[in-house]
Design a protein around this ligand. Structure first.
Ligand SMILES: [Zn+2]
Length: 711
């Protein structure tokens, strides 16, 4: 949460809501791997492929220099593999962490910068073309002279709307107007597949309205959280002062916002509740909505967002809407106006003049995550361009940087992983034949997407002009809103992607029953065309297995092969699954990350199952790949099995600021990096074969009867 504005949070939550289970979510972190590259857009593909090959060749499969061999692998495997890297990679002041993900994201940034700067300097780009949009968007963000001169003038029309509010109906109309720009002061509105009828697309309504990262921030009374609340009040006050409120008025307004948000937070679902696909499935007609929340005028709300004929809405958190509706009667109209002013400025601050940008950074990046300095402007603008014009840039990115042979090799790997998981399911002792049959049918039907979409998104309806930066961003939000809402009532587009090709991440989408691997992650150290197989299976193989087993984790298992929420498990197998996974809940609950801050074993369960499942399935796939082949020789003194585990540990190397870690433990469904290694390897029997020196007295030793077997 480097960029703090709600719009980004909105996108993250939307993605969570849309995909339900988004994997490997890693934000804005980094290290410069490569220098700034020369301008070279749209040269022949082969030349560019060669560039990628060169990079891969330079990138060592496993860098033993990163290890700390004074540590025993049986005491701390993560530090054994990464100890020297950790010592040598302090967190740069403009980051809140540094990791293998950050390094690759930084490399991608430099790749994307070439594309963007080429577009930005192309004076012959046709108006309305993708090149024009990329160049104009970026240039508007880099034009600090205009941005400083304009101040908040560009968003005056939004403030005027708030000023014109006279009654509670007006409050709701203005909220709807903001909604069309993807600013959700109350909730987010979007489209999604109907979880019980995945062939149909319906509207979704998801809780919003709070400015802190999670509901717990409003209630937890530990020292650090209380301090964040105090700092939040200061931040709110300063923002109102920047909007020219007198100090006493600004201070009062800050209290008003805090009061409203605390009430909304109280009615919000927790992260664990939001992970429950049944609990968050509440399909309502407009009549049902009116009954649940009688003081929200849904008919006019839908008309005001331009979708008057919405006939079905999945309400993810009914208690939230109920409370919001009740607040329409209890909160004075003037207080709502203050609340709307805050949400407007919070969404736009990052794109306005320096005073707003700095204040926004001070709270959301410094206070919340411990980041010391802002990223340079070009990186911030580049990230925004890459996100708002995602597939415009993605299309150029894959032409330039994604070699066809990488797609082929990755597709083969995925097939091997599928075979491996199938074999693991067939051999499970805790699962009966009926459930196995369904599980295998689901696995067989699981879709696979690699690299980039077969069909590119059409951006022709998006107008990007030399208008102020903040308005280009707002237009892009409006374009995304319509793009999502226009899907309602239409058939599901099977070619659509939930991430851009340049993203360093991957996901499983339960409604579509598919796994997706963007080109961005198919690079070292995750995927290395020139590394030994053990290293690739331990890294990208594990990532594939991880995503695949999400289809069978505590949430994914509730969906069937067609992406419908339907229970296909026998009673006994369901019980056995819960018993086995309970071992993981208990295990992770015991990890103390910071003083009296523990991992939430339930919140992270799906990810922990996927980590253990991923490594198990990848290892089995690697063994299958060796059949009929000669046993690989050791490299750098390490056997192939050792290199498999070391490669896994390598991709999670991370240094993170304490504040950021604290924020993650509250809000992230993934366990901290070190635990993703040490908490996983000691449950895998082959780990002890690979490192035979590990003895019962070592810290990472676990007796075989205490090691859970899920997949
Ligand atoms: Zn995951």
């Amino acid at each position: 949460m480097d960029v703090s504005r709600i719009q980004n949070i909105a996108k993250e939550i939307l993605l969570l809501a849309v995909l339900l289970i988004v994997k490997f979510k890693f934000y804005k972190m980094n290290k410069i791997l490569m220098g700034i590259l020369a301008f070279a857009l749209l040269e022949g593909c082969s030349t560019n492929v060669k560039n990628t090959v060169d990079t891969a060749e330079k990138y060592p499969a496993l860098d033993v220099q990163n290890m700390d061999t004074t540590i025993k692998p049986g005491d701390d495997f993560y530090d054994y593999v990464n100890g020297t890297w950790i010592k040598n990679h302090p967190i740069p002041p403009d980051k809140n962490s540094i990791s293998a993900f950050d390094e690759l994201m930084e490399k991608n940034r430099h790749d994307i910068r070439e594309i963007i700067e080429e577009a930005a300097s192309d004076l012959n780009a046709l108006p309305g073309s993708n090149t024009q949009k990329i160049g104009t968007f970026y240039n508007s963000g880099m034009d600090t002279v205009s941005i400083e001169q304009q101040g908040i003038k560009p968003i005056k029309k939004f403030f005027d709307k708030i000023d014109s509010i006279r009654n509670i109906n007006d409050v709701q109309s203005v909220a709807a107007y903001f909604q069309t720009y993807q600013i959700g002061p109350f909730f987010y509105l979007f489209s999604n597949q109907d979880s019980k009828n995945s062939a149909s697309v319906i509207a979704g309504c998801y809780q919003a309205g709070i400015g802190l990262p999670d509901r717990d921030y409003y209630f937890n009374n530990d020292g650090p959280t209380k301090k964040i609340r105090e700092e939040y009040i200061v931040h709110l006050t300063k923002m109102f002062e920047l909007l020219n409120d007198q100090p006493d008025v600004a201070a009062k307004n800050a209290q008003t916002v805090m009061k409203i948000e605390t009430e909304l937070a109280k009615a919000s679902f927790t992260h664990v509740e939001n992970q429950d696909p049944q609990k968050t499935y509440n399909k309502l007609t407009p009549e049902g909505l009116a009954k649940l929340s009688p003081d929200i005028n849904w008919k006019s709300y839908f008309a005001n967002v331009g979708y008057a004929d919405i006939s079905e809405v999945n309400v993810y958190q009914p208690s939230f809407l109920k409370e919001l509706s009740a607040m329409m009667k209890t909160v004075p109209v003037d207080d709502w106006k203050t609340f709307l002013r805050w949400h407007l400025i919070n969404n736009t601050a990052a794109y306005l003049n320096d005073d707003f940008v700095k204040q926004n950074f001070d709270f959301y990046s410094k206070s919340l995550s411990g980041q010391e300095q802002m990223k340079p402007r070009w990186k911030r603008v580049l990230d925004e361009t890459s996100s708002d014009l995602g597939e415009c840039i993605g299309q150029l990115y894959v032409q330039k940087y994604f070699p066809p042979e990488a797609k082929q090799k990755m597709t083969n790997l995925v097939m091997n992983l599928k075979k491996s998981l199938k074999q693991r399911i067939e051999n499970l002792t805790w699962m009966g034949p009926e459930t196995k049959k369904e599980a295998i049918a689901k696995l067989d039907k699981m879709g696979v997407k690699v690299g980039y979409p077969d069909k590119w998104r059409d951006y022709s309806g998006l107008e990007i002009t030399s208008q102020p930066y903040v308005l280009n961003v707002a237009n892009s939000g409006a374009f995304d809103f319509r793009y999502s809402m226009d899907k309602i009532g239409k058939p599901v587009d099977p070619t659509e992607w939930g991430m851009t090709p340049q993203t360093v991440n991957a996901y499983y989408n339960p409604n579509r029953n598919e796994i997706v691997f963007p080109a961005g992650i198919l690079q070292p150290p995750f995927f290395n065309m020139y590394a030994d197989d053990a290293v690739n299976y331990g890294a990208i193989g594990m990532v594939i297995g991880h995503e695949m087993t999400h289809g069978f984790d505590n949430m994914g298992r509730q969906f069937d092969k067609d992406g419908n929420l339907r229970d296909w498990w026998t009673k006994d197998d369901s019980k056995a699954f819960k018993e086995h996974t309970k071992m993981l809940v208990d295990q992770y609950n015991k990890y103390e990350v910071l003083d009296s801050t523990f991992v939430n074993g339930q919140l992270t369960l799906g990810e922990n199952i996927a980590d253990l499942g991923g490594i198990t399935v990848a290892l089995n796939a690697y063994k299958l790949s060796l059949q009929g082949k000669e046993q690989p020789k050791p490299i750098d003194g390490f056997t192939d099995l050792q290199r498999f585990f070391m490669s896994y540990a390598q991709i999670w190397r991370t240094n993170m600021r304490q504040k950021e870690l604290r924020r993650r433990v509250k809000t992230d469904e993934h366990s901290p990096a070190k635990i993703r290694i040490n908490g996983v390897v000691y449950n895998v029997p082959e780990f002890y074969t690979a490192f035979p020196g590990i003895k019962p007295e070592d810290k990472l030793y676990r007796p075989s009867d205490e090691r859970p077997v899920i997949w």
